[in-house]
Design a protein around this ligand. Structure first.
Ligand SMILES: Nc1ncnc2c1ncn2[C@@H]1O[C@H](COP(=O)(O)OP(=O)(O)O)[C@@H](O)[C@H]1O
Ligand SMILES: [Mg+2]
Ligand SMILES: [Zn+2]
Length: 523
């Protein structure tokens, strides 16, 4: 029968447990000296060795011929505990046995002497799940545990454990295990199993496991089902990852503002059934690497990868200003949030990629449409009134100078404003920042003259919120800033004071395309 690697390779001695030396040394010494505690609390993320160490203690204190604090793993007691036939060692999953009756029963039983072993050992997993009643029942026995009983409580969520419990236990914090340490353990296991595992494959598994040995071994199991010889590619494929070189190609296309090239890479990946959520994660960490390489003098310790990859990262980071890297991270993280919720994962990712392509792209003067957009933007910034121009008029040659039209007189009776085309995006931003205000503004529209954002909203709550709450105003301003990159002052739209100039639909389209990072073709 096939046994999962993580079960098969559960450490059987304290020395066998990796990455938790501060704990295992102490425990071993305590057991060897017979000075162990009657109540331990093990905390730390999953798969770091909590249950493993509990089992080793249970065996070590009961073993017929212990070796230096370790169990022999051969005597009948050790074997009986391993195969679960010795009932003096009890593992309880508090997640499913969390009631007061469960603990009362445990307490009654605990006062009886053990039947075969020397000590009764209770391993209470996920102890933060115990009900209030159960905790009270447990406290009574933790206050004065009988000499023949050891409690080992384990939890992944220490902040949910009551202080009254904490104060009665000796606490050990299991750390996330370093990637290198996990990789070495994987290499050891493979060596014993006759599996060929290459070092960079081991490192990649370790990084994906994020400090947990159980996940690392499960991932190794998955790779084994692909091939008995595990390379970087095997891991990449088994985990639904994108190879680093594809990732470089994708980011390379983004950096050269080449949406077609970038989407081609996405298409190829899609054919290799890449997981788009993972791809988005990988893009985030690629941008994170770019940030590190850009800002840290000696990034080698902080960025994983070969020397060649590091050089490639340095090259890409050289082409991208830091603000854009940061903006890219933000943009990708926003997409991460959405991608897990939408069934259109690929589309979401493609939109993110297109936006990245459009980042910091200079508008080329040879492109009349872009020039028009740029002109419009300048006018926005300068607050100049909109001249009614025929849609296809050629760009003026004064591109670096302010438009020749005079600024509107201060007391102008009627000001010209335009509908603000990206209002839906602003509301989308607002939804995250201020749900109440968003709710009030669902049916709103906005107009702008480039400086002011004039909101037209029929909802009374909107007016009240804006009048009474500074936070509400701030959240709206921040949302506008997030979309436009510009600070607008806010005001109500009053049809008597403002004349709306309709934008021609082409301009809107160009604006939208630009917002999505799609470079605009010549018409
Ligand atoms: N520190 C470790 N050293 C070696 N293997 C470990 C370690 N931690 C976990 N493992 C592996 O992961 C499996 C699950 O570990 P376990 O101790 O049950 O984790 P948890 O901390 O969630 O209780 C073990 O069977 C073992 O294969
Ligand atoms: Mg466990
Ligand atoms: Zn033994």
């Amino acid at each position: 029968m096939y046994q999962a690697l993580y079960r098969k390779w559960r450490p059987r001695t304290f020395e066998d447990v990796v990455g938790q030396d501060h704990i295992t040394t102490t425990l071993k010494n305590q057991v060897a000296a017979g000075k162990f505690s009657h109540a331990y609390l093990f905390t730390g993320s999953r798969g770091t060795g909590k249950t493993t160490c509990s089992k080793i203690i249970a065996k070590a204190v009961n073993c017929l011929s212990p070796v230096d604090g370790n169990p022999c793993n051969q005597c009948e007691i050790c074997r009986g505990i391993d195969d679960g036939s010795i009932l003096d060692v009890v593992e309880i999953d508090a997640a499913s046995n969390n009631g007061v009756d469960n603990i009362r029963q445990l307490r009654e039983e605990a006062y009886f002497l053990p039947t075969v072993a020397k000590k009764r050992v209770y391993i209470l997993d996920e102890c933060h799940m115990l009900s209030a009643g159960a905790v009270n029942a447990l406290l009574k026995i933790l206050e004065e545990p009988p000499e023949h009983v050891i409690f080992i409580l384990a939890t992944t969520e220490i902040h949910k454990v009551l202080p009254t419990i904490l104060s009665r236990c000796q606490r050990f914090d299991f750390k996330r295990i370093k990637s290198r340490v996990i990789a070495d353990r994987l290499l050891y296991v493979c060596d014993q199993e006759g599996i060929q595992l290459e070092d960079d494959g081991a490192m990649l598994i370790a990084r994906l496991a994020d400090g947990g040995m159980r996940d690392a071994l499960s991932l190794l199991d998955l790779c084994v089902s692909y091939s008995q010889r595990i390379t970087l590619e095997t891991v990449t494929q088994a985990a639904g990852l994108t190879g680093r070189e594809r990732l470089f190609a994708l980011v390379g296309a983004i950096l050269s503002h080449d949406p077609t090239g970038a989407l081609q890479v996405v298409e190829e990946l899609s054919q290799n059934s890449v997981d788009f959520t993972r791809l988005c994660e990988q893009l985030v960490s690629h941008y994170r690497d770019l940030m590190i390489v850009k800002t840290v003098r000696e990034p080698d310790d902080l960025v994983q990868g070969t020397q060649e990859e590091l050089e490639q990262l340095q090259k890409q980071a050289g082409e991208l200003p830091l603000p854009q890297i940061l903006e890219g991270i933000q943009l990708l993280q926003d997409s991460m949030g959405r991608i897990s919720r939408t069934p259109f994962k690929r589309t979401e990712l493609e939109m993110a990629v297109l936006r990245l392509c459009g980042q910091g792209q200079p508008s080329s003067a040879s492109n009349p449409l872009e020039e028009r957009v740029a002109r419009l933007e300048r006018m926005f910034q300068q607050g100049a009134p909109q001249q009614s121009q025929p849609p296809a008029s050629p760009p003026p040659q004064t591109s670096n100078n302010p438009p020749a039209t005079p600024k509107p007189a201060k007391k102008a009776a009627v000001q010209q404003v335009e509908p603000f085309p990206r209002w839906a995006e602003v509301l989308e931003q607002l939804k995250k920042r201020n749900g109440a205000l968003y709710g009030a503004m669902v049916e709103s529209r906005a107009f702008t003259n480039g400086e002011m954002m004039l909101v037209d909203c029929p909802n009374e709550l909107f007016r009240t919120l804006l009048r009474t709450s500074v936070a509400a105003k701030e959240s709206l301003r921040d949302s506008i800033l997030a979309v436009t990159g510009q600070k607008f002052s806010l005001g109500p739209y009053n049809p008597e004071k403002y004349a709306v100039v309709q934008r021609d639909p082409l301009t809107d389209l160009v604006e939208k395309a630009k917002a999505m990072g799609v470079p605009v073709e010549e018409s």
